[in-house]
Write a protein that binds this ligand. Sequence first.
Ligand SMILES: NC(=O)C1=CN([C@@H]2O[C@H](COP(=O)(O)OP(=O)(O)OC[C@H]3O[C@@H](n4cnc5c(N)ncnc54)[C@H](OP(=O)(O)O)[C@@H]3O)[C@@H](O)[C@H]2O)C=CC1
Ligand SMILES: N[C@@H](CC=O)C(=O)O
Ligand code: NA
Length: 434
Amino acid sequence: MKKIKIALLGAGTVGGGVWDILQTNKENITRNCGYEIEVEKILVKDATKKRKDGIPENLLTSNFEDIIYNDEIEIVVEVMGGIEPAKDYIVKALKQKKHVVTANKALLANHGNEIIKLAEDEGVQLYYEASVAGGIPIIQTLKESLAGNKIEKMMGILNGTTNYILTKMTKEKVDFDAVLKEAQAMGYAEADPTADVEGYDAAHKLTVLSSLAFGTSVKFDEVYREGISKITSIDIDYARELGYVIKLLAIGKEDAGTIEMRVHPTFISQSHPLASVNDSFNAIFIKGNAVGDLMLYGRGAGDLPTGSAVVGDIIAVIKGKDKPPVKAEEDTSTVKIIKPMGETESEYYIRLIVKDKPGVLGTIASLFGKHNVSLSSVLQKGEGVPAVSLVFITHCTREADVQEAIEEIITMEEVVELANLIRVENGKKRAGAQ
Ligand SMILES: NC(=O)C1=CN([C@@H]2O[C@H](COP(=O)(O)OP(=O)(O)OC[C@H]3O[C@@H](n4cnc5c(N)ncnc54)[C@H](OP(=O)(O)O)[C@@H]3O)[C@@H](O)[C@H]2O)C=CC1
Ligand SMILES: N[C@@H](CC=O)C(=O)O
Ligand code: NA
């Protein structure tokens, strides 16, 4: 049997998963790609640290030169994370004509164009299936299976950590920090979990997906982002009462050459297929102009699910390595306009804490009206106490109008605070909109 040598950069959650799969499924993998895959070296920060059972100590190194100058290594698998030195190592590997597989969405969201172009220029392959939604085959699906479609809309639960936290908060009364610790212990969270909790990780993934789905190079800072740190059990209870669940959604839409990209907590109907995607599971709901509605569902984080995507990529590289490289034509016609957040439209859940005085509700309702925000329902809770919760659900409205209305409303003496504002995804359009 022919052999191929690879190196792993990283032996943490994902690296450990890749190692396990390569051992456990060795026979299948060899049959699928026609080569016996041999891990020649594994780069780690600390080569003396105790590793997962089975990883031989002699494979470990903390010197990248052991990999880059080893001509027998044909594939470099980057599962170490972070921007630097990961970027430097990938660039060096590509320049040494080594194929690269990476799970690093932060790097791809910030420097994807440069790295993809370098791989093309060097005539080597770059695969990154694990970077979005772990084990779900979304990258290859967009690149190949759906390539004949114009993608109109994507709505995804792309972060396992926050989905795990929101699921626990919805189903049980739990402490946010304790559940985050659980997600970390299970290997779902990023090295700095702020990336998960504040929506950066989902925004990285939406950047990667949008570039593929909308055929243009999207920049990370063009994605609007909010995380889940302001979500309380009070909002979750209101959502339930109103027939919704709260999910951290990554939403990408294209309409007439204009792209909308946003990541934020969202109310979605309890009957929507994404509402029942729980724990560390991810899902991506896609609307293509030919295929119609489609949903992919699976584990978005963790050692084996993510390792599954990485090993699939290694096999794809092996299968394509002896074929002539395909260089994409530079396309200057695909520059698309990014819709400013203020121009986006949705329904809104707005929770205000107000002093319980006669006429307050009427004044607030008329201020919404003044800013073209039409209300579809109002709930008031906490009668008999000095401050009450007033909850409004709006009809589909321009974001800028809602923000201007709120700006004026919170200056009212009777309004204690804006407790939360959460977008509601119903797929409806503003009255009178095209
Ligand atoms: N965890 C998950 O579920 C998923 C993670 N990803 C992505 O995969 C990548 C890896 O994540 P994960 O496995 O969770 O991370 P871990 O923190 O568990 O592992 C990182 C590994 O990389 C090594 N490493 C880190 N920095 C360096 C460095 N400067 N030099 C040498 N080695 C280094 C570490 O060495 P040492 O062990 O000595 O500290 C460790 O083995 C990230 O890009 C992440 O975003 C993608 C999808 C899912
Ligand atoms: N931290 C990420 C890991 C996978 O990409 C997540 O929680 O989804
Ligand atoms: Na994936």
